[in-house]
Design a protein around this ligand. Structure first.
Ligand SMILES: [Zn+2]
Length: 343
């Protein structure tokens, strides 16, 4: 049977690991305190941890800058190294810079190094500067700029739909403008142009789709009053009233019921000049029916009435020569002969 023994070696490793993690957190915060460095944060290398080896000299750790795995210098903090790198990068950076980094690649390693390797920031800057021919280091930057941007308008497609009534439309899908964009990319090495390309991005427009109703409008009116037609639709010669008769006159007795010719909403109710007491109803299909010369009105504007509902009483108010109902059917704002639409 095995028992767990306190292992001194594991405890030491664990403590070391904790310290590494804490250091990382502290420096992670420190990085964001420098505005300039933060701007280049996405390019700056993460610090690798070289670890302890038998051969490594003893002493405090340093932050070592390597170019292609060759030690170039070391500083006491990662921030100092970042400052050096960013100072160089800023020199070759413009407003349109999309990418910028060193060639060959640079890395930062935390390890113990001999004291004579450690340099101050000024000295390291001098060694690395691309203007120093011996540095062997260059800054590659890529600049991109949109040089042309054109919106391509979308078209509209109409689709017939027999579940919608004539004149009705419905949006099926929204249109989307297309885009034509030319982007210029310039690659520079230490600020000197190496190549220049223009790339073309095209996104075709998406057509707007609209359904158009083809189902004939339903018109199933009933007679608005029981009685003989005393005057038909169209031109006529009379002593009083319109020369061109825009409705149908139905005779009857004073107080005879007036029926709504179809279901709809009352949009006018009251005195209407020559029509006297009148009612106008708007129906689902957009048509309107008008009832004039009424003796009494039983509905108000905003009322919804059903087909056959008694909405008033026959009379001879307004410009009228005797008791009758003047009845109009109005389609798209134009009076039509009601006889064509009555059963
Ligand atoms: Zn009339």
């Amino acid at each position: 049977m095995q028992t767990f023994k306190f292992n001194r070696k594991i405890a030491v490793y664990a403590a070391m690991a904790m310290m590494v993690m804490c250091t990382g957190i502290v420096f992670g915060f420190a990085l964001w305190q420098s505005a300039d460095v933060a701007e280049y944060a996405e390019y700056l290398p993460h610090t690798e941890y070289a670890g302890y080896t038998e051969e490594a000299p003893s002493g405090p750790e340093k932050y070592v800058l390597k170019v292609e795995d060759e030690i170039v210098g070391a500083l006491h903090s990662r921030e100092e190294i970042y400052d050096v790198l960013v100072t160089i990068l800023e020199e070759y950076s413009t407003e349109t810079t999309e990418y910028i980094w060193f060639v060959p690649d640079i890395s930062v390693v935390r390890q113990v190094v001999d004291e004579d390797i450690v340099k101050d920031t000024e000295a390291l800057l001098e060694i690395l500067a691309p203007s120093n021919e011996e540095s062997g280091l260059a800054v590659e930057s890529v600049e991109t700029e949109v040089v042309e941007k054109e919106e391509i308008p979308y078209e509209t497609e109409y689709v017939e739909d027999d579940t919608l009534t004539e004149g009705e439309t419905m949006l099926i899908s929204e249109g989307q403008s297309g885009l034509l964009q030319l982007t210029e990319t310039v690659v520079r090495l230490n600020g000197v142009e190496q190549s220049r390309d223009i790339s073309r991005f095209a996104q075709p427009p998406v057509a707007e789709r609209i359904a158009i109703g083809t189902m004939p409008r339903g018109r199933q009116y009933i007679w608005p009053a029981d009685g003989p037609i005393t005057s038909g639709f169209g031109p006529r010669v009379i002593a009083v009233g319109s020369r061109n008769h825009r409705g149908l006159d139905i005779g009857g007795r004073l107080g005879d019921p007036i029926f709504a010719a179809d279901y709809g909403e009352v949009i006018f109710s009251g005195w209407n000049g020559g029509f006297g007491n009148a009612i106008t109803i708007r129906h689902d299909n957009g048509d309107e029916t008008l009832y004039a010369h009424l003796n009494e009105i039983f509905v108000s504007v905003g009322d919804w009435v059903y087909q056959g509902q008694i909405i008033g009483a026959m009379g001879t108010t307004g410009t009228s020569t005797g008791v009758h109902l003047h009845f109009e059917i109005i389609i798209d704002g134009v009076q039509v002969d009601p006889i064509l639409y009555l059963p």
